[in-house]
Design a protein around this ligand. Structure first.
Ligand code: ADP
Length: 584
């Protein structure tokens, strides 16, 4: 029963653990992940704006230098009227300025694009004498006064940012001053941290990055995201960035030492140029938050499921215990009922047996009572025959009178027997206490005489009637008087006293003796069936119990006590009976 009652909670627990826990974990992890990703995306965008500003500041750091040199009298003079001495002086001046600026190169070109003086005049790869007229920055400077361009140097192959300014002397364009800045400083400032940073050019080729192995690599051809500037596509022959895209999103995976690591890609176009700045922000914190949320949700659901299961267990156990208690109580009641029925049956049987025994005793008593007068009558009759033969008529008359008297006595005995023989009707009515006492004493007369017991009867003169039934009241009195006689056997004083008082609709009829009295311990069990202190065969221990039942049937009570309140001085039995209205 317990197993069946537990089946449902157990199944629910399994369902919660197998389904609820993973689902809750997945939902929580998903929610936490998307929430954290949103936050990360915002912060990456803000960060990217900072890097962008930083890059622009770096590029424009020395924009004023070529502009100032274009106005310089020495530069203008040299371009207008070149001379070896002036060139040499300018070379040294440019070298000093470039070193001070930490620039890759600073040089002056004439109107045809040939370099006339350069900061690297003393290097093997000196620009002096080289013609760079094809370079866009030069064209832009000559045409518009100022030119900017990012390119790799044709001789040095080092990438750099070129700023060029036109030099005007004597109302004509005489040349241009060019500053080439490198990105070492910037890359050093962008030392690899949480973010990977890169700048791609118009062709989608990386030229500034804090991940050196990515330099001069191209963006993948087909990106699942739209970039602010679509690469033009002259990056053939270059290695592609080792980016792994997971679906149509801005998430990128990179093969790293510890395995695949995930990043969020953000890109921004640099205003006024065709460069794009990208940042890759690690998604590790997002993953960690998703894990924590998932585990937390799993733990909460598991705990809730286990708690619910424990509660269910306790409830089932409680229900079970109540059912068991109920069952054992029902069983107990059944047993008590069965035992009571058995007892009642046994009691009925024994009552029958007791009645039979009483009948036997009574028969013996009656035989005894009748035999005596019969024997006497016989001898009176025999004597009368002899006296008649002798002619002694007076004596014969006397004998006959004796015989008549004896028959009277026998008639009296049989009259009482008739009274006993009258069946107990079961209906209650007024019974004369005087008559009941007289009949009981008459029935026991020979016994009382034999035992030499003095009988004192103290009844009121007026008749007292009580509610009851005469035969059964007699039976009670015979029993009480018989017990009293038994209790006084062998006592020096043997006096039986029967008293009656009436008050407030009640009659108290007492039977007192001067016998051995009742032991204190026996008082409470006197009326219990089969309680007896008499020898086996002498008493069944039913008399008082039957009497008690009879008196209760009458609506009265029967109580026992010791005379003078202590054992040894005799016993008093009191019958409390309801009186009926007596004629005044
Ligand atoms: P029984 O007389 O067969 O023993 P009873 O029910 O009439 O059965 O009496 C039970 C017991 O009560 C007696 O055995 C006796 O010990 C005690 N008893 C009854 N009447 C008296 C009495 N008058 N004095 C002392 N003891 C008594």
């Amino acid at each position: 029963m317990v197993a069946r009652a537990l089946e449902r909670p157990r199944r629910l627990l399994m369902a919660a653990l197998l389904l609820g826990v993973p689902v809750a974990a997945a939902l929580a992890a998903g929610w936490a992940s998307s929430h954290a990703q949103g936050e990360l995306r915002d912060s990456a965008r803000a960060q990217l704006a900072l890097y962008n500003a930083n890059l622009r500041a770096e590029l424009e750091r020395h924009a004023a230098v070529p502009l100032a040199l274009a106005q310089d009298a020495e530069v203008r003079a040299l371009l207008a009227h070149p001379s070896p001495a002036a060139m040499d002086r300018l070379n040294r001046k440019l070298e000093d300025i470039a070193r001070a600026l930490d620039a890759l190169a600073l040089y002056v070109m004439d109107a045809r694009g040939t370099t006339v003086a350069a900061s690297n005049w003393n290097d093997a790869a000196s620009f002096v004498g080289e013609n760079f007229s094809y370079r866009p920055y030069f064209r832009m400077a000559i045409d518009q006064g100022e030119g900017h361009h990012f390119a790799r140097g044709t001789t040095s192959l080092v990438p750099g940012y070129y700023t060029a300014n036109r030099v005007v002397a004597e109302n004509r364009t005489v040349g241009a001053v060019v500053l080439k800045l490198g990105f070492d400083r910037l890359e050093r400032a962008w030392a690899p941290g949480q973010e990977k940073l890169l700048v791609t050019d118009r062709d989608g080729v990386v030229f500034i990055t804090n991940t050196p192995s990515w330099r001069y690599r191209a963006l993948p051809r087909r990106l699942p995201i739209s970039l602010p500037i679509v690469p033009q596509g002259t990056s053939e022959g270059l290695d592609v960035l080792p980016w792994i895209f997971g679906g149509a999103s801005d998430r990128i995976a990179l093969e790293e030492k510890g395995g695949l690591r995930h990043y969020l890609l953000s890109s921004v176009a640099m205003p006024g140029g065709d460069w794009t700045l990208h940042s890759l922000t690690s998604l590790d914190p997002v993953t960690a938050r998703a894990w924590v949320a998932g585990l937390l949700a799993a733990a909460v659901v598991a705990m809730a499921a286990l708690t619910a299961y424990a509660v269910a267990l306790r409830r089932v156990a409680l229900v079970e215990r109540i059912a068991l208690q109920e069952e054992s109580r029902a069983e107990l009641e059944r047993r008590v009922a069965a035992a009571t029925a058995d007892l009642r049956a046994a009691e009925n049987e024994l009552t029958q047996a007791a009645k039979l025994a009483a009948l036997g005793q009574m028969s013996a008593g009656i035989a005894h009572e009748i035999n005596q007068p019969l024997a006497a009558m016989r001898s009176f009759a025999d004597n009368a025959v002899v006296l008649l033969e002798r002619g002694r008529m007076d004596a014969v008359r006397g004998n006959l009178a004796e015989i008549a008297e004896l028959t009277d006595r026998m008639a009296a005995i049989t009259r009482q027997l008739k009274g006993f023989a009258r069946r107990a009707s079961g209906t209650l009515g007024p019974v004369s206490v005087h008559a009941a006492v007289g009949q009981a004493l008459a029935l026991l007369e020979s016994k009382l005489r034999r035992e030499d017991i003095t009988v004192e009867v103290d009844l009121p003169d007026r008749p007292v009637r009580v509610v009851g039934e005469d035969v059964r009241l007699q039976q009670v009195l015979v029993n009480l008087i018989g017990n009293a006689a038994d209790a006084m056997r062998g006592c020096p004083v043997r006096r039986l006293r029967i008293g009656l008082v009436t008050a407030e609709g009640e009659a108290l009829l007492s039977v007192a003796d001067t016998g051995s009295g009742i032991a204190e311990a026996d008082l409470p069990r006197l009326f219990v069936p089969f309680f007896t202190t008499k020898e086996a065969g002498e008493g069944l221990g039913l008399g008082l119990s039957i009497s008690h039942g009879i008196v209760e049937d009458f609506g009265g009570s029967l109580t026992a006590a010791n005379r003078n309140g202590k054992p040894g001085q005799g016993a008093v039995f009191t019958l409390r009976l309801k009186t009926t209205e007596t004629p005044a």
